[in-house]
Design a protein around this ligand. Structure first.
Ligand code: HEC
Length: 103
């Protein structure tokens, strides 16, 4: 009986670890998605210090501490973002928005 409990505990721990690794990967892919889809205008660190950012008069995202849900909404609604928004699933956009909220 004891052994069974220990095994169950180990399995549970393994699952928890696997899940947290998955969450960490999700965070990374949000950042990768941002670099791929947003950085051209918003800059690698959110400073909007790119030629496209300057030409379009993009303000910095860095330091705004926007809520992730607001970021997703903005990208879905703003006409400046219709090209990029059409390439992203809700899940991809949510991961990117989560990253933007940390800038
Ligand atoms: C083609 C250039 C371009 C790309 C690519 C782009 N943006 Fe923008 N973004 C803009 C411009 C221009 C504005 C300012 C006008 C507006 O709000 O639409 C802006 C504003 C924003 C704002 C509002 C910031 C504020 O001051 O409240 C958010 C949030 C945002 N972008 C998120 C994103 C995210 C996330 C992506 C990637 C999925 C992205 N943008 C990709 C051009 C771009």
């Amino acid at each position: 009986m004891r052994t069974t409990k220990a095994v169950t505990a180990c399995v549970a721990m393994g699952i928890t670890l696997a899940l947290s690794a998955g969450a960490a990967l999700g965070g990374e892919s949000g950042e990768a998605g941002y670099q791929k889809h947003c950085a051209v205008c918003h800059g690698v660190g959110g400073e909007a210090d790119t030629p496209a950012g300057k030409a379009l008069k993009v303000g910095p995202l860095k330091g705004l501490a926007l809520e992730a849900a607001k970021v997703s909404q903005h990208v879905r609604k703003s006409t400046n973002h219709s090209a990029v928004a059409s390439k992203l699933s809700d899940e991809e956009l949510a991961a990117i928005a989560e990253f933007v909220s940390t800038l």
